[in-house]
Design a protein. Structure first.
Lengths: 308, 330
């Protein structure tokens, strides 16, 4: 039925050997392929290149620069820009970054732990109500989560929880797709015989899970963790609706706030635009580094969802 | 919750499992049970134990908000009358409200145009990356994926800057040819301006999913096809694409759900669009403004609930048809 796809190193090697046979026609194809890829790389990098270049400009260079939008100005002001960014408004920027990190880690880890437990439960236990509840879970994957934001806000405001960190963290724990991924993975990766053997040896269910099942689930765990952390870090609508105290804002809502202020007073906002630009640059660095350094974890894991 | 039908289904599968009610009776009566049976029952309880933490979050943050939103949507707040029960009036209002309908029409049109383009781009890139292996291909794969790691807020901001006549390069480029640059957030262009932002943001993620599925195909299939005289193109279109069709369906569902609840990008670009992006641009933006600008929570709940239902039905219909077609094709 459902099989998680795993990349076999041997099959890759075999394929490379197959495609390595050169021929004139194939080489022409490859030139086209490289042009296509090259053009796409330029397209995907242009916004980030612009951001990097603009971060090095002072206000004058940004608004009346002579070297164009995509090249550095005479004045290289990245250092002063960073100092302004980190000191502006008592260093609120660092506070926002810290909040984002806090929400992403707590929400992400929490959602992943719930997912791995529930996914394992659905995959490896036969119990009353399992089929119906799994069908409900699958249906809930189709519910747009942003449609829940305003209802959740109203619900939490009744409990006096809005404008607290809980209003951001608790709804982030909901990740039906993560449960689904874990269920699919656990069904294949954890053999029933292994669990039975552990039980026969007298291990309790909890111990069986932690010592036998969890090590086998680790690849999917890391994938779901990454997806949940990115999801929470990038979330905008939920914290925007829940929070009004700027001290609690994550970086996405904070930069959105600056952008609104900069647009509202067009003349006085000039220095704020510079802050927004360098702030955007700094804010993407942690996740970009995380993705570049954790490549081997997410590249294999993302295929779990694409099943036959 | 819905225990009875599940128990019935369960009973058919494993005869040793008893319905929970019977189990309580037996336990109360102190009847001896076989070792196998007691194991089964203990494990049934353990299964629920593993699911319980998620189930609680599910009930509190998905079922309860949906239920509460539906409840709230049945009331209306009048200036003189206060809050009163009005039944489905809010839905009648919503489905005759041009603001809501135009928003729905926009996201539906947007999904219909955007998703095929996005899928075509990500599928093409994945096929190319699957065919060539080199350091540059690996680099390209990473760079194309990178926008996924960038928050939609920042992505929209960057493109907003690039579109802007003050900050962006477009004026310069078009100026070199003596022409005026188009403003990609003008009423005529905003559709394409937003499409570009979303494609940039998500195509790489979809590409990686398709690419991973392609890497999972057994390469001996290609050898067999090549011996039968199939060209590289034929292998790509006749073997690779059909074999990754389940990944394509998954992506389509993601893209559909994501597009219909479009919020972040237009919300961020409101400020720089010179009024093109209105407070009722998409259903989600409209609901947000009804709730937080007008404190009209009853109507906002109705819109949220209606949007949720519309998305759910759209995805359900889509899945139904792809399943049908898939079974006909195979």
């Amino acid at each position: 039925m459902t099989t998680a796809r795993v990349i076999h190193p041997s099959s890759r090697a075999a394929r490379n050997a197959g495609t390595a046979t050169p021929g004139p026609k194939k080489r022409a194809n490859h030139t086209l392929s490289y042009l296509f890829l090259g053009a796409l790389v330029v397209y995907f990098l242009i916004p980030m290149w612009w951001l990097l270049v603009a971060s090095t400009k002072d206000v004058g260079g940004l608004f009346n620069g002579s070297s164009g939008a995509l090249w550095f100005d005479k004045v290289f002001a990245l250092g002063p820009n960073l100092v302004t960014l980190f000191t502006y408004n008592d260093g609120i920027y660092l506070r926002w970054m810290g909040n984002s990190l806090f929400y992403a880690l707590t929400g992400g880890i929490g959602a992943t732990v719930l997912s791995v437990l529930a996914g394992y439960g659905f995959a490896k236990f036969r119990f009353a109500g399992r089929r119906v509840s799994f069908a409900i879970l699958l249906g809930s994957v189709m519910v747009p989560l942003t449609a829940l934001v305003i209802p959740t806000f109203i619900l939490l405001s009744g409990l006096g929880l809005t404008d607290t960190v809980w209003a951001v963290i608790l709804p982030s724990l909901l990740n039906p797709f993560g449960v689904y991924l874990m269920q699919v993975y656990a069904a294949d990766a954890v053999p029933d015989e292994l669990l039975d053997a552990a039980r026969v040896d007298g291990a309790g269910e909890i111990r069986t899970f932690f010592q036998v099942a969890f090590p086998l689930l680790r690849p999917a765990f890391i994938t779901v963790l990454l997806l949940s952390i990115v999801g929470t870090w990038n979330n905008y609508f939920l914290p925007l609706a829940m929070l009004s105290n700027t001290q609690l804002f994550p970086i996405t809502v904070g930069i959105g706030l600056w952008q609104g202020q900069a647009s509202a007073n067009n003349s006085g906002g000039e220095s704020l635009w510079g802050l927004i630009i360098v702030g955007s640059l700094v804010s993407v660095i942690p996740l970009v580094i995380a993705f570049l350094s954790l490549q081997k974890y997410w590249q294999g894991g993302l295929s779990i969802g694409s099943l036959k | 919750m819905a225990n009875a039908p599940a128990t019935a289904a369960q009973g058919r599968r494993t005869s040793s499992t008893r319905p929970p009610g019977a189990r309580a009776d037996r336990a109360g009566g102190g009847t001896r049970s076989t070792k196998h049976g007691s194991n089964q029952r203990r494990r049934s309880a353990t299964g629920w134990l593993f699911i319980a933490p998620f189930a609680i979050v599910f009930l509190v943050f998905l079922v309860a908000p949906l239920g509460y939103a539906f409840y709230l949507s049945l009331f209306s707040k009048g200036l003189a009358t206060g809050t009163a029960f009005t039944g489905l009036d809010n839905y009648v209002t919503a489905f005759t409200d041009p603001s809501f309908l135009n928003g729905v029409w926009f996201v539906v049109r947007f999904a219909v145009v955007l998703i095929p383009v996005q899928m075509a781009v990500s599928l093409a890139v994945a096929l190319v990356l699957d065919a060539i292996t080199s350091r540059f291909a690996r680099f390209a794969r990473l760079m194309i994926f990178l926008p996924y790691a960038i928050p939609a807020v920042i992505g929209a901001l960057m493109w907003g800057f690039l579109y802007s006549p003050t900050f962006g390069p477009l004026q310069q480029i078009f100026g070199a040819f003596g022409a005026d640059a188009p403003f990609l957030l003008s009423p005529d262009n905003v559709f394409y301006g937003l499409m570009n932002v979303v494609t940039w943001q998500w195509a790489g993620y979809y590409m990686i999913i398709i690419y991973a599925a392609l890497q999972g195909i057994d390469p001996t299939l290609y050898e067999a096809a090549r011996i039968d005289g199939a060209s590289t193109w034929q292998i790509a279109l006749r073997i690779k694409v059909p074999l990754v069709s389940s990944a394509l369906v998954l992506i389509l569902v993601f893209a559909l759900i994501g597009t219909l609840q479009f919020f972040t990008e237009p919300q961020i670009l409101i400020y720089v669009s010179n009024g093109t992006i209105t407070p009722d641009f998409t259903p989600n933006i409209y609901a947000y403004n009804q709730a937080f600008a007008y404190a009209n929570f009853n109507y906002a709940s109705a819109i949220s609930f209606a949007l949720g239902i519309v998305v759910f039905i759209a995805v359900y219909i889509f899945l139904f048809f792809t399943r049908k077609r898939g079974s006909i094709l195979s």
